[in-house]
Design a protein around this ligand. Structure first.
Ligand SMILES: C[S@@+](CC[C@H](N)C(=O)[O-])C[C@H]1O[C@@H](n2cnc3c(N)ncnc32)[C@H](O)[C@@H]1O
Length: 217
């Protein structure tokens, strides 16, 4: 499974940013046809808005990917201490080539086994990660473990059950290629899971994507 993810993101490293940011006609068409037009740029903007522009705590960005969405925000947060983690060394290399700041570090690792102490982050951001993570239970646990009580968990990712055509694409292609890894959650399953460990949950669904911010109890 681990190699499948490394290979999938190695093969897509040159087209990843174009598809996610809809920077050409084909990526726009792909999003319109298969993702009900849900705009990842817009979701990224909403997610990053949860983080105040003067935030000065410790942040974990997992998975950072190529940092296509977070580069600008992280460069503004000069008072913060940011750790960017990803399993794919190809994706991480691209993120490193975008960002070179003394307060931002990069770690190659597995979200299911984070190399960090308990309760050491004020905020964990996970953009477009959970649909790729092979062991979502471990990923939820590890993020909860490294967050301080009162710390913020902010995320967006694909959920199943909102659009038959998106679910079909995810099952027939994206999961086979290794970009996505089942099993996926429904909106209700995710809400139930978050409510056990988090409070002040601000939860939104846009097409087949969910985005939310919540606070560790
Ligand atoms: C769709 S990309 C999202 C990247 C970035 N956050 C974004 O929004 O563009 C998914 C990322 O998850 C990473 N990934 C998959 N499994 C992982 C794991 N177990 N631990 C850490 N990162 C993982 C992949 O390497 C890939 O870079």
């Amino acid at each position: 499974m681990a190699d499948k993810i490394q290979n999938a993101y190695h093969d897509s490293k040159n087209i990843y940013d174009d598809v996610l940011t809809q920077s050409n006609f084909f990526s726009k068409l792909y999003i319109k046809l298969f993702w009900s037009g849900t705009d990842d740029n817009e979701i990224a903007r909403k997610v990053l808005k949860y983080i105040p522009d003067d935030f000065s705590g410790k942040i974990l960005d997992v998975p950072v990917g190529t940092a296509v969405f977070t580069e600008k925000k992280w460069k503004q947060l000069r008072g913060a201490k940011i750790t960017c983690l990803d399993y794919s060394s190809d994706m991480l290399e691209q993120a490193k080539s975008r960002i070179n700041e003394p307060y931002i570090s990069f770690v190659q690792g597995d979200v299911g086994k984070l190399p960090m102490k308990d309760e050491c982050f004020d905020l964990v951001l996970s953009m477009n990660g959970f649909h790729a993570f092979p062991d979502k239970e471990k990923a939820f646990h590890e993020i909860w473990r490294v967050l301080k009580p009162g710390g913020r968990f902010i995320a967006c990712f694909y959920i199943k059950g909102e659009s038959a055509i998106t679910d079909c694409l995810v099952k027939a292609i994206l999961s086979k290629k290794g970009w996505f890894t089942p099993p996926f959650q429904t909106k209700e399953e995710l809400q139930q899971l978050l409510s056990v460990q988090y409070r002040d949950i601000d939860f939104h669904v846009d097409g087949s994507m969910v985005y939310f911010a919540c606070t560790k109890k």
